[in-house]
Design a protein around this ligand. Sequence first.
Ligand code: GUN
Ligand code: ZN
Length: 431
Amino acid sequence: MTHQTLLTGPTLRYSGDPMRDPWQDVIAIDTNGGVVIEDGVITAVGGADQLRAAHPSAKVTAYGDDTLMCPGFIDAHVHYPQTAIIASWGKRLIDWLNSYTFPEEMRLSDPTYADEIAGRYLDLTLDHGTTTVASYCTIHPHSVDALFSAAVQRGQRIVAGKTCMDRNAPEGLRDTAQSAYDDSKALLERWHGIARASYAITPRFSPTSTPEQLAALGALWGEHPTCLMQTHLSEQIDEIAWVRDLYPNTRDYLDTYEEHGLIGERALYGHAIHLEAREIDRITETGAALVHCPTSNTFIGSGLFDMAGLAARAIPCGLATDTGGGSSFSMLRTMAAAYEIGQLRGTPLHAAQLIWLATAGSARCLHLDSQIGTISPGTEADLTILNLASTPAIAQRAAQATDIWDSLFATIMMGDDRAIQDVWIAGKRRT
Ligand code: GUN
Ligand code: ZN
């Protein structure tokens, strides 16, 4: 018989989409719940007592009443190469890229540095309860190998791709249409579907690609349709004006991608703040996903993503830190920022919706919802156990909480890596 692990304690359970249906109908917390894990996969979910009786030889870890067992957090848009320049002061998008981001991404031309940053980044995110990320790398193919290798070493599920740029970037950070195609193809053949890795074809954004490069990557995606395609869309007003100058014959920003085969169900557009009606219609029709990056959108001064309006159109929306444009590695802090932006728009999200977005919502955007993002039989056992009383300030607030959702909300708003009691990756506890 295979070795069984049983985790018990308050457990989060999903049965639907709380951005579509009332959250009370589709999300519950089983206060005396449990999860059985075998060979890295969840094999049973239910009441702790029943599971104990049915699995008498399982090795048990019992979590207390002031914890919550969640799916591991899924960060659907990050730039791991920007780890060391997170929280850099005073610039808006294009100046921020030129002043901080590109010089740092240049440093990853050194494979040893790329390996160091990849490992450091994954360790930091795991400290914060994030078990899967979808990351941009740099233009250097070894930066992609560095992140996939570091994730394989840690047993993690991961999505990543080589960032492609053939204009409007400094010497040393530019590829060509052909080399972007060739390098991306070689990398996806090396990594896509290996262990827990998936490849995302990654044009950075329309301003740093020629139409020829976008077309080459659109063709590559057509040849490898199981890959994701990730890029940026309509993040800042100045950026959108620049795209209009660079692509005078397109209808709007989305059209620069659409014209080159870079739209479809497996497309992931980061930010997507200042969308036009036609763009929203096309995104809805194609089933493409949008990724909300709230700490980045306030930090770089980009604007307020319309989560409620876009979710009402049934557009899949995920949640992300956008490290290092975002100001935190923490998905708790990111949920808090999403709440605050909802407040500014008059459409606050409930704690149940926030935690769903950071897990199942992001998983759906990455087309990984049958593998990760929920605590249900047959999915991979990536779990984050929250301590809902992790600091004196949170504990005193939790003591006043009206129910466990209220307590969770305090941890979302005030919590950090100290709230992460345990992380399990494919059924193995991170030590
Ligand atoms: N648009 C193009 N590149 C980037 C990036 O690295 N970060 C953010 N936030 N936006 C971008
Ligand atoms: Zn980004």
